[in-house]
Design a binder for this molecule. Sequence first.
Ligand code: ADP
Ligand code: MG
Length: 726
Amino acid sequence: MSIDRFELVRASFGKKARAVEIPEKKASEYFGERVFDRAKMRKYLDPKTLDALLECIDKGHPLDRATADGVARGMKEWALENHVTHVTHWFQPLTEGTAEKHDSLIDLDGRGGVIETFDGKALAQQEPDASSFPNGGIRATFEARGYTAWDPTSPVFIQEDTLCIPTVFIAYTGEALDYKTPLKRSIQAVNDAALPICRLFDPAVNKIYCYLGWEQEYFLVDEDLYAARPDLMITGRTLMGHMSSKNQQLGDHYFGAIPARVAAFMRELEVESLRLGIPLKTRHNEVAPNQFEMAPIYGDANLSNDQNQLVMNLMNNIARKHGFVVLLHEKPFEGINGSGKHCNWSLGTDTGRMLMAPGRDAQGNLLFLTFFVNVLMAVQRHNALLKASIASATNAHRLGGHEAPPAIISAFLGRTMTAVLRKLLEVPSDTPIEIAGKKGRSVGLVEIPEIFVDNTDRNRTSPFAFTGNRFEFRAVGSSANCAGALATLNAAVAEQLLDFKAALDKELEKGKTLQVAVMDTLKPVIAKIIDVVCFDGNGYSEEWRQEAVRRGLDMETNVPEMFKAFTTPESVAMFTRTGVYSEKELAARNEVKWDIYTKKVQIESRVIVRMAINHIIPAALEYKTRLLKEVALQQQVTGSQDGCGTELELIRRIGSYVEDISDRAEQMRLARKRANAIEDEYARAMAYHAIAESIAQIRRPIDKLEELVDNKLWPLPKYRELLFIS
Ligand code: ADP
Ligand code: MG
């Protein structure tokens, strides 16, 4: 099988946009039509079942069997009307993506035929064969079985012919084996810690919500070109490839016109997402060629995260219909921007108060400042841990580069909020925190604008940025499950709020007013953070690295090492106090993380060596042989090698690169062999970390050869061919 690269490139260039069937209805009319949402609940459930289910959803009551049966009856009716034939528990194991096992609805009716069945038991709980999912020894050591259980706060939905039931995945002994469980626990922890504080300000508050609005970045490549790149197919990124002469330097891709083929893909993705109740709102070209982004309207963090997982599946399926493959890898191409998933995060009350946004009066501003400052303190206390929560073998290529969050977790406040915090340290605690512009400008007052409109006051180099009514956690990777980062952030915030409330109670006991007590408790916290975690400068600069060391922020860049932050005494204390992870779970999850890290690097290392030997060296040697023949011919005909300088130089260089590659490949094979013999997961991952660095080194001579070897002989689509969808 030989690849005609030009044929592939020509064919991909000639592809036209695929026609997309757009519903004739308005989006608002088909939004959520494939979701068993509250409207469907009202239509398909009897009133008693409906009330019981809403109690479960809104108040977290457990689902009893009779209610589950009632819900299943209604769901079955809805499902059959929508031509559903199968049902699955849909969950998020510690691998990438989601897992599902489909069961048909049919059962024997005892009279030689079949009937459709679906009852409360099938809805509420299943026992998938859990031994094939990563669990870091939890089940091997403690309990052999795991089960999935419906999360009623995540509505059931229909995908194609299948009823999908979002579930948690846990061991019989209660340990979480998935991403969803700790996220749900962390939302509960934030509620429990934040509620008593909010109620001091407003006794009407009964519940705290945690919100997430993700921005999903991704690349598209033509599927025929993709299929000619074994590295992309197997590892999700290019392990080799010389930079294209033009890439993103003209800045002409960001917000540029969306190519017709891509626009068609986006349209279909949006329609399908809206049907599934995912409120996609924005779409645009990103900075790098072939890079795009989309974002929904934010919502409940648990649901929004499910929707992100669902969208990632949808993207893959729909892209193929349009002749594309979606790359969710954080760094598919060297030399151009990688992809992240900004997690816009905030808290709010059931009375409609957004806690990360300034209030309408002095009291509201005090509440805002309380949460604002405590979030920053939580980020400071656990900055190493938060970095660990976004670290992975794939995101490692993005962190610390000059395009994405630096490998130091700091927080951007913006000029206004920095000034407010500094001012608060100076003024007496009973100074009202006014809203800018409302009472004129009098010196000595602390003022906060009601809405932040100044978009220029933004800093793209910060991993954790305040953006007016929320924080943007920008270090999360494009392929990640946001729950990993959010559970950690929520837990850290919950811990800090518990500590704050305890300190505040002491001040209140002294008979101080709420304002004075809050300010007296906040001031020492502000003093601790203002010159440590708060940093508005350029997060990519060398000066910041030096400054961050001085400030005592974590500087670790080695991913397997970073994971250790999960099991330090401070982290274990924080996670167990807030009930988000047990110590056993933390240890087990680290085993899983190290193991996944090892395997990813191991696969890349095998792929690059095989490609070097099977693709690159043969092409280089073929060209070298041709050059040698030319020189020999010249010698034969003219009796001298005069005028063969270029050929001889090329022969020499190709020879030396080929030798370099062979040597490095052999060294890498041996390093792998040594690493594979290591039993301890952490030590093995550390050995693979060194191998990850040699992958980058072996790439260099390969990319040099791409520059030298006759274009016609090059066996892989080049960056310039992969990266410019017409
Ligand atoms: P930008 O590119 O300017 O950061 P986008 O429009 O791409 O903004 O995405 C911003 C995301 O933040 C959206 O998902 C939006 O719904 C979400 N968002 C807005 N306000 C909040 C909030 N208070 N809490 C959480 N997410 C929010
Ligand atoms: Mg954006």
